[in-house]
Write a protein that binds this ligand. Sequence first.
Ligand SMILES: Nc1ncnc2c1ncn2[C@@H]1O[C@H](COP(=O)(O)OP(=O)(O)OP(=O)(O)O)[C@@H](O)[C@H]1O
Ligand SMILES: [Mg+2]
Length: 504
Amino acid sequence: MTKLVYLHEPGVLCNLARRYGFNEIYTYTGRILIAVNPFAKLPHLYDMHMMEQYKGVQFGELSPHVFAVTDASYRAMVSEDRSQSILVSGESGAGKTETTKLIMRYLTFVGGRSTGDIRSVEQQVLESNPLLEAFGNARTVRNDNSSRFGKFVEIQFDKSGRISGAAVRTYLLERSRVVQISESERNYHCFYQLCASEQDADKYKLAHPRNFNYLNQSHTYELEGVNEAEEYLKTRRAMDIVGISFSHQEAIFRTVAAILHLGNIEFSPGKEFDSSAIKDEKSKFHLQMAADLLMVDGSLLLSTLCYRTIKTPEGNIVKAVDSSAAAISRDALAKTVYAQLFDWLVDNINMSIGQDMESRALIGVLDIYGFECFKYNSFEQLCINFANEKLQQHFNKHVFKMEQEEYKTEEINWSYIEFVDNQDILDLIEKKPIGIVSLLDEACMLGKSTHETFAMKLFQNFKAHPRLEKPKLSKTDFALSHFAGKACSMTSISCKTCLEFHCF
Ligand SMILES: Nc1ncnc2c1ncn2[C@@H]1O[C@H](COP(=O)(O)OP(=O)(O)OP(=O)(O)O)[C@@H](O)[C@H]1O
Ligand SMILES: [Mg+2]
């Protein structure tokens, strides 16, 4: 890119397209690697021979490659004795997760011990990927294997530059997907894998996904070229390698099955006004299954869903809820159980792999999920987009602000590159005491808040804020103009996120 005569957007895009035409999917712009998703298997790009080639070679000497960036980061860690991090960003389906896996594979190649031990730290680190993907990835309209969580993998190295431990930190798992999926999308892969698992599916009284409310909303069950029964065995194998005990594995899948049964519990109006009862025999069966699998009392589970306990200074008041509120409680329980299961799985992976408290330095790899803008955006999208705004700010700081500082100290006269500083939207969201999150906190504490009052409060506090807009036909929505510019072209695209407050 730096060799282009005219460095402008059409030139950059043309260069990328021409290179892509020759299967040159990687390009550098300075020290930033641009990868264009090939959507095809290119094994020759990633085989052992390729890894050997890039090992220890000066950055920029060979063709641009993800191994070159990883090698540079590893060498910098060894020679400067400083931790490094690699940030992988891009829109959904761009190839972040695949790239992250390649980075991890290269690091296990240069920092591995080559013992051939299937339970080595390196192998455990690599196998944590399919495991996390089974529970945290799903089909979306953009990607059959879309990560619905963010992940920061820390690979720790000892004094001799060998991998000595690892830790996985995850962020913002999309909880709403457990109970609600849009047309042509799917729920998390693990549900379909378990349904296809034959013996285990029988054991937990599961059947084809079309029989479960949490899976049949989108009428999409299969993934092209994927055999779910085989994937189930792969997930089990990954669990073995990572070091998750058999009894824990059983507990994990028991919980997954319980969630599916939970989703099939339906309610009808109860005898009294504003009360609810279990709908029919089918629902009773699923209630009992869910209770048995979760090892709780069935009738207690039912009354927990159909009644609400309100704490008052005079004591607890138990109040019946109507059937739609009971269904909301059921879904809240399913989402919470799944999110806890996911966090527990991550903790277990970390415990099994083990941390090296005395590690010399580490290389962190960040694979978060990109900016999102759907027809309806909930609190989850607000959080994801906020995280992306933060990353954008970080990127701006590093690449532009620091570069400008360097030019200033060297007294080089140059016309400053313009970049859009997104501090104003960060302030709008996070500033204390008045920002969207603080106002939301306040609204949640006041018992009388409604979607309307919250939206009103926002518009009162941020009158004529350039980033905040009130959609014409709604009293509860608000629109945020995010910064979602692409790093390579530095264009700033304003994308509006209407937040449906209902989802809070
Ligand atoms: N380097 C690559 N070689 C071959 N195929 C690739 C490569 N990178 C990505 N792909 C293909 O693109 C698909 C999507 O990639 P990936 O899941 O990594 O996207 P992502 O950026 O992580 O998206 P999301 O934000 O939705 O998680 C992969 O399943 C794979 O088929
Ligand atoms: Mg991904």
